[in-house]
Design a protein. Structure first.
Length: 255
């Protein structure tokens, strides 16, 4: 007779109590990458999994990273089921596009009015940021926070987290994001993170500080974050107990 006993990990692993898993925070897929003035993306950074979207749009070629694009497509369907037609205004922007936009605006204004993000600081360069409007606002030249009064913006604010998006630049977070309220700018972070940020009402700057602080505290318990990831990546140990007919027990460990 053979008994299999799952024993879990034998190492002394301090308990992980943060509501988001270490694998998500390891950010290997880049979904929680922070891009702002203090955290500039490299001029050569371009996501490798951009796909073209087939959604109602103001411009011809909208691209987002694959998982974000698929989530946005599901969200557009759900919004339409609820009676709201959404439009894509702007999605992925390369560093060079952002660079051109920034210096065009600077030339036009004569100073940085902060309406166009500095090259490398744009959430659009991540391939996870997208501006979403209703029909009325696609007909206007500029954007402003009055968009928040529309039913479509209210639908987005209430539901986008269900699809893995957050409103990246909230009205009461301007000091932290250093960007004016943009009720149309959605950022894909994945469902678990979006739900947590929505429930805790955190902007991406706050969330980043929040999880980095947690990891610093966690590491004081005696295991580094990298070690934790390695331990968790290993399959659980299995103890095999062979009991022969004469009642002798034979133990072996498998990993
Ligand atoms: Zn935007």
């Amino acid at each position: 007779m053979t008994l299999l006993v799952h024993t879990g990990h034998s190492e002394n692993v301090p308990e992980w109590t943060y509501p988001i898993s270490p694998e998500i925070l390891a950010n290997n897929n880049g979904y929680i990458t922070l891009a702002n003035k203090e955290n500039l993306l490299d001029s050569k950074y371009a996501p490798k999994d951009l796909v073209e979207m087939k959604l109602r749009s103001v411009v011809a070629d909208d691209e987002l990273r694959k998982e974000a694009a698929e989530a946005l497509e599901r969200m557009f369907v759900e919004a339409e089921n609820d009676g709201y037609k959404l439009y894509v205004k702007s999605a992925y922007r390369s560093y060079s596009t952002q660079n051109t936009m920034y210096y065009n605006r600077l030339d036009k204004m004569g100073y940085d009015d902060e309406l166009v993000a500095y090259p490398g600081a744009s959430d659009h360069q991540t391939g996870l940021g997208v501006d979403v409007l209703n029909y009325e606002w696609t007909q206007k030249d500029g954007m402003n926070e009055k968009f928040a009064r529309t039913e479509e913006a209210q639908w987005l604010a209430a539901h986008c987290h269900e699809f893995g998006f957050v409103i990246r630049y909230e009205a009461d977070k301007e000091e932290l994001t250093q960007i004016k309220y943009e009720p149309w700018h959605l950022r894909y972070v994945g469902k678990e993170v979006a739900k947590y940020m929505y429930q805790q009402h955190l902007c991406l700057e706050e969330f980043t500080e929040d999880w980095q602080n947690y990891i610093a505290e966690y590491e004081k318990l005696g295991m580094t974050f990298d070690e934790l990831l390695k331990v968790r990546a290993r399959p659980n140990e299995i103890l095999v107990v062979d009991v022969s007919e004469d009642g002798e027990e034979d133990y072996s460990m498998f990993y």
